[in-house]
Design a binder for this molecule. Structure first.
Ligand SMILES: [Zn+2]
Ligand SMILES: [Zn+2]
Length: 106
């Protein structure tokens, strides 16, 4: 699957943010991508380069965080083993995280 649309979305977010900061055009963009979104980071970078060849893109992936309903512990969620690190409870809620988050624009 191509990530062209995602690349365009990132570029648009970055351009809006650049405008807010009074910058001309973004030259370097840093984003954070949820590890569970299914986005292929290498492919995304490749497609981003096609969309915006002069802008460098840095991608960081993060696991979603989870919260235990029983003891309140917060921990990093790992696919396949959704139980509390502290008490072993399975009443765990994934904290909603935006798919792609803009970290910085230069
Ligand atoms: Zn592609
Ligand atoms: Zn717990």
């Amino acid at each position: 699957m191509h990530e062209v649309q995602t690349a365009k979305n990132i570029l648009q977010m970055a351009c809006e943010e650049a405008k807010r900061q009074g910058l001309q055009n973004p030259r370097a963009i840093r984003v954070r991508v949820g590890a569970w979104t299914g986005i292929d980071v290498d492919h995304l970078k490749h497609d981003f380069h096609t969309v915006a060849p002069t802008v460098s893109l840095d991608v960081e992936t993060v696991e979603p965080s989870a919260r235990c309903e029983d003891c309140g512990a917060r921990f990093e969620a790992k696919p396949g083993s959704l139980s509390c690190d502290k008490c072993g409870s399975r009443r765990v809620t994934l904290e909603q995280r935006r798919d792609i988050e803009l970290i910085s624009v230069e």
